[in-house]
Design a protein around this ligand. Structure first.
Ligand code: MG
Length: 401
């Protein structure tokens, strides 16, 4: 196998769920039929990632030995000199996951075997219970419990809640307005209701999604203690991480952070100072499995568990990568996964599925997932410029999405 080389690097763009532009890398080798798949999905800037791979990584990779994953990862990471940004990290991830897929196929093993083998048979998953108010959220949580979920993220009114904002200045700019004070008051009420109506056994989470000022986030974390959350997610934006030590001094509510992280310097201090309980980076956003494995092992040393980001803009290939880490990492905590629409499952044979609240890897060599390119082409990406609507505070100030 020493003469195995990378013959081609292809990018497949597809949007089978009608909402998330998925970027899949297919890395073909000199051995007929031997290829790997990787997730490079940056759904809001998918064309930039495609260009980064086609114009820069592909010429760099053609002819190289695909078994030298570590060396390729390190050289891709610094090949542009400027590094650790979301576009290049996603591009590298697409290649990196495909390289691991190929290596496990060469070994004739599911990828988790190369990571040390299973330390659990399935990975517990959490779904999302959303609703306009606490009654609807509780109903949706009960529906998930009936499907076997025992971990549920609960949000009323979407991120930041939905309360009418009645006191904006004249001629305020368009946007989605929310009132952080109203939202902060609503969170403990929501979880009091959920504990009363869903019981003590179910594990509950909540995502603040950076929608509170740091002092308010600290107060809310304290107020949530009686409801024993499994974790409170993103109480602070990455720009305000120094507030975390104040939060930790005042509250025992477990904290999960990391989906916006790109650079190891963003997580090393949080983990080594034990300022978070769960690291939940988006694996393609940090450069793929090579980076995520090192992060998982670092976190294990400090008693921090994993909770890899897994929303709809993580492709099924990315979810498969999450899952191989989940079943082989001793410090696995929980996996976000609400399942996939039928069209997505058809495009990606071997797509992970949640059964009775657990995800199970299949036993096929590699990541255990494929892509039906003919079907994928039936769901072309919407290439219009991403039109995210600005999020605004009551006085019209733009804030985090
Ligand atoms: Mg989140």
């Amino acid at each position: 196998m020493t003469d195995l080389t990378i013959r081609n690097v292809r990018i497949i763009l597809t949007m089978p769920d009608g909402a998330n532009r998925l970027v899949i890398v297919k890395l073909e080798t000199s051995e007929p039929g031997l290829y790997g798949l990787g997730c490079a999905t940056f759904t809001q800037r998918h064309l930039v990632v495609r260009t980064a791979i086609e114009a820069y990584l592909k010429p760099f990779l053609i002819g190289k030995d695909p078994t030298r994953i570590e060396d390729l990862w390190q050289t891709m990471a610094v090949n542009a000199y400027w590094r650790n940004g979301p576009v290049l990290n996603n591009a590298i991830s697409g290649v990196d996951m495909a390289l691991w897929d190929i290596k496990a196929k060469l070994a004739g093993m599911p990828l988790y075997q190369l990571f040390g083998g299973k330390c659990r048979e399935g990975a517990a998953a959490y779904g999302h219970a959303d609703g306009h108010d606490e009654v609807e959220v509780a109903d949706n949580a009960q529906a998930l419990i009936a499907k076997g979920y025992r971990y549920i993220r609960c949000q009323a009114g979407g991120y930041g809640g939905k309360a009418p904002v009645r006191h904006s200045p004249e001629k305020s700019q368009p946007g989605i307005y929310y009132d952080s004070a109203t939202y902060a008051r609503s969170i403990p009420r929501l979880f009091a209701y959920l504990r009363e109506h869903c019981g003590d056994e179910v594990e509950l989470m909540h995502d603040i999604h950076e929608r509170l000022a740091p002092g308010d986030a600290i107060r809310v974390a304290k107020q949530l203690e009686p409801y024993r959350l499994f974790f409170l997610e993103d109480p602070l934006p990455p720009e305000q991480l120094e507030w975390l030590h104040m939060l930790r001094q005042q509250s025992a509510t477990p904290i999960a952070m990391g989906e916006l992280f790109n650079n190891p310097q963003e997580w090393v201090s949080l983990i080594s100072r034990r300022l978070i309980d769960f690291i939940r980076v988006h694996i393609s956003q940090i450069g793929g499995l090579t980076a995520a494995r090192k992060l998982a092992i670092l976190a294990e040393t400090f008693g921090v568990r994993t909770a890899w980001h897994g929303p709809g803009d993580t492709s099924p290939v990315g979810h498969a990568a999450n899952l191989h880490l989940d079943v082989s990492s001793h410090n696995f905590g929980i996996q976000e996964c609400g399942g996939f629409p039928e069209a997505v499952r058809e495009v990606f044979p071997g797509c992970p599925e949640v059964r009775g609240g657990y995800l199970y890897p299949n036993e096929r060599p590699g990541l255990g997932i494929d892509i039906d390119e003919r079907l994928a082409a039936k769901y072309p990406c919407d290439d219009k410029p991403y039109a995210g609507i600005p999020i605004r505070l009551p006085d019209g100030t733009a804030t985090y999405p």
